[in-house]
Design a binder for this molecule. Structure first.
Ligand code: ADP
Length: 354
């Protein structure tokens, strides 16, 4: 009974974010101005007056603007609790056997890590998701038993690294399909977690491992995809049915284009790999949106890993992160255009330049 009530409540919540087509939602989040931007008198290019209705205007210069529509638009005043409240119905559906993927996309410095990881005082989607999963699992404990495990991976230059591995391995990690049909990486650590305290330890270990071996942690993390995978095994105590489902929480590499003069050697390779995987993600989502018979999952490690949680009856949520500053206008437009392509809806400019 408790389970049915809870499910009805959640379905209602979920329907509130059902304006978009299919199972793809796009939420846009604008970060606040940084102190340096404020002191430099940087002008804003974002019009957030329609944010409550999912409308966003970008002032593109002179009297022109470009309008966008998303399932949610968050202003810098919206906090982590507001954001998670909208994402939570989607993450909880992993307990019902759905595969889910949530990812944050955008230029470096626009708040991808803030949204997904957050800070100790201001925890993000990753921690809140696991907290919510444990809470709902407990509420349903008269009907279901759940077991949860967590893996933390990094994809850098098209190579997978296990951030929970205790000793370094020279063996190349590859993606395989299990007998149950799941895409997985044999040999990676799948840490069983029984409560939120254990989760925090695992997330910290993953975060610390990301820093190892890089001279500049921030630079390194902006050039790699950080991927948290939560596997859920559910057993229905009434009929003995068991299900397995997967939730990916992904902080993508920065989407910015590099100045041609900066790009050579190792940086060029990195930039090409980031470009390749982010384009591959766009192509996969486009193919899914147009119900194309071929979905090119295998064009990058990122999309290959996410295969089970992108498409079919799985649920996808994209956070497109943007800066309010005029200095970032080009990247902001590029991110929003990508996000609109993902959502499959693009509105034309409100005023055409004559
Ligand atoms: P990214 O992961 O996209 O490179 P970060 O998450 O590191 O960006 O964010 C850059 C900086 O902006 C960080 O100091 C972060 O705390 C801050 N920031 C980003 N978004 C917000 C927000 N919504 N509210 C407060 N601070 C934010």
């Amino acid at each position: 009974m408790k389970y049915i009530e809870e499910q009805t409540k959640r379905k209602k919540l979920y329907n509130q974010v059902q304006e978009a087509k299919g199972n793809i939602r796009v939420f846009c989040r604008c970060r606040p101005f940084r102190k340096e931007e404020l002191s430099a008198g940087s002008a804003t290019v974002v019009d957030l007056d329609g944010a409550k209705d999912g409308d966003l205007g970008i002032l593109t210069g002179g009297s022109t603007r470009k309008n966008f529509k998303f399932d949610r638009v968050y202003t810098p005043k919206d906090d982590q609790v507001d954001v998670f409240a909208d994402a939570s119905p989607m993450v909880i559906s992993v307990l019902d056997g759905y595969n889910v993927c949530i990812f944050a996309y955008g230029q470096t410095g626009t708040g991808k890590t803030f949204t997904m990881e957050g800070t100790q005082q201001n925890r993000g989607v990753n921690y809140r998701t696991l907290e919510e999963l444990f809470k709902v699992a407990e509420e349903r404990s008269d009907t279901f038993t759940y077991s949860l495990s967590v893996s933390v991976l990094e994809v850098y230059n098209e190579q997978i690294r296990d951030l929970l591995a205790t000793s370094p391995t020279s063996k190349k990690l590859e993606i395989k399909q299990s007998s149950e049909g799941f895409h997985h990486v044999p040999g990676i650590v799948e840490a069983k977690v029984e409560n939120i305290k254990e989760v925090w330890k695992v997330l910290q270990a993953g975060s610390n491992a990301r820093a190892v071996g890089s001279n500049n942690v921030n630079e390194h993390s902006s050039r790699s995809h950080c991927m948290l995978c939560i596997m859920v095994k559910a057993k229905n105590l009434m009929n003995g049915d068991c299900t397995k489902s997967k939730l990916w929480l992904v902080d993508l590499a920065g989407s910015e284009r590099l100045a041609k003069t900066d790009v050579q050697g190792e940086r060029l390779k990195e930039a090409q790999n980031i470009n390749r995987s982010l384009s591959a993600l766009g192509d996969v989502i486009s193919a899914l949106a147009t119900k194309s018979s071929h979905v090119p999952y295998r064009n990058s490690k990122l999309t290959h890993l996410l295969q089970d949680s992108l498409g079919g009856d799985s649920k996808t949520l994209m956070f497109v992160q943007i800066s309010p500053s005029e200095h970032d206008l080009g990247e902001t437009l590029s991110s929003l255009n990508f996000a609109s392509r993902v959502r499959g809806v693009e509105l034309g400019p409100a005023k055409r330049q004559i």
